[in-house]
Design a protein around this ligand. Structure first.
Ligand SMILES: NC(=O)c1ccc[n+]([C@@H]2O[C@H](COP(=O)([O-])OP(=O)(O)OC[C@H]3O[C@@H](n4cnc5c(N)ncnc54)[C@H](OP(=O)(O)O)[C@@H]3O)[C@@H](O)[C@H]2O)c1
Length: 247
């Protein structure tokens, strides 16, 4: 059933969705395909996406590899109105990730977190932002996490994930300043999806006291924020209800 969420964007808008094979990413893709506002979606993933639709084209990306990101950007045709990054990394059990304590820290794992959660999204901005439309509403959004907030850190642990998401939030802030010089209508934001039932959260769900969203719920909330967040919130990190998460 079709449902228009992205009503503030130009009609027949063009979307690049990165990480479309993930739990939240795939739910975002399904919502976007049901939105009559959408003209075309290019969905990027490492794993192949088992979906075909007249408004969808798929391309491969490895966001830990700059050559792959640059090549992926060539798959985009026309001007973009939404660049949405839904990829991310939390668990690598072989490297004791996420780390519970200092003894678990490991150079390779730490670097991998930064490659996927911080540098990858920054390089996507490098290669994809030149394709962003200048007229009408447009949004560059990357899924971040509340645990990337330094002021909100009460529990400790998860060194590399927390640090890589805090650094992602700084990339977003810095990008928002540069983008505002050329794209007056482009919102640049980090988004916290809430705790969502995916393979990323599953190993930790027994310790979670608050509500856990389905990927479908989270995708609906996130797209609503993408549609309605005001331009003066560019550079910030917003949660699934549009509330600002302090750095
Ligand atoms: N789930 C939660 O509770 C929660 C909470 C806060 C924030 N988040 C954030 O939300 C985002 C999505 O999380 P999720 O729960 O949907 O996780 P997920 O189901 O594990 O999906 C992660 C996605 O990242 C992609 N990815 C990882 N490494 C990649 C690489 N090198 N190149 C390309 N793609 C890569 C995966 O692609 P492949 O599968 O193809 O490898 C997959 O599509 C993440 O940024 C996460 O930090 C999630």
């Amino acid at each position: 059933m079709s449902k228009r969420i992205l009503s503030q964007f130009p009609d027949q808008m063009n979307v690049a969705l990165i990480g479309a094979s993930g739990g939240i990413g795939h739910a975002l893709l399904e919502h976007l395909l049901n939105d009559p506002q959408i003209g075309h979606i290019t969905a990027f993933s490492r794993r192949k996406i088992q979906l075909s639709h007249e408004k969808l084209s798929c391309a491969e990306i490895d966001i830990s590899n700059e050559t792959s990101i640059a090549a992926a950007s060539q798959a985009i045709t026309g001007e973009l109105h939404l660049i949405l990054i839904a990829s991310g990394l939390l668990n690598v059990p072989a490297h004791n990730m996420p780390e519970k304590a200092l003894r678990d820290l490991n150079m390779t794992a730490f670097q991998e977190s930064f490659a996927i959660n911080t540098v990858g999204p920054a390089l996507i901005a490098k290669y994809f932002m030149p394709k962003m439309a200048r007229g009408g509403r447009s949004v560059f959004a990357a899924l971040s996490a509340r645990v990337g907030s330094i002021s909100d850190n009460q529990l400790g642990g998860w060194y590399s994930y927390r640090a890589s998401k805090a650094a992602l939030n700084m990339v977003i802030k810095t990008l928002s300043i540069e983008v505002a010089r050329t794209h007056k209508n482009t919102l640049v934001v980090g988004l916290h999806p809430g705790t969502v039932d995916t393979s990323l959260s599953a190993p930790h769900s027994k310790n979670i006291q608050h509500e856990i969203f389905t990927p479908d719920q989270a995708a609906g909330y996130l797209l609503n924020v993408i549609n309605t967040a005001p331009i003066d919130q560019s550079g910030g990190c917003l949660d699934y209800s549009g509330k600002v998460i302090p750095p």
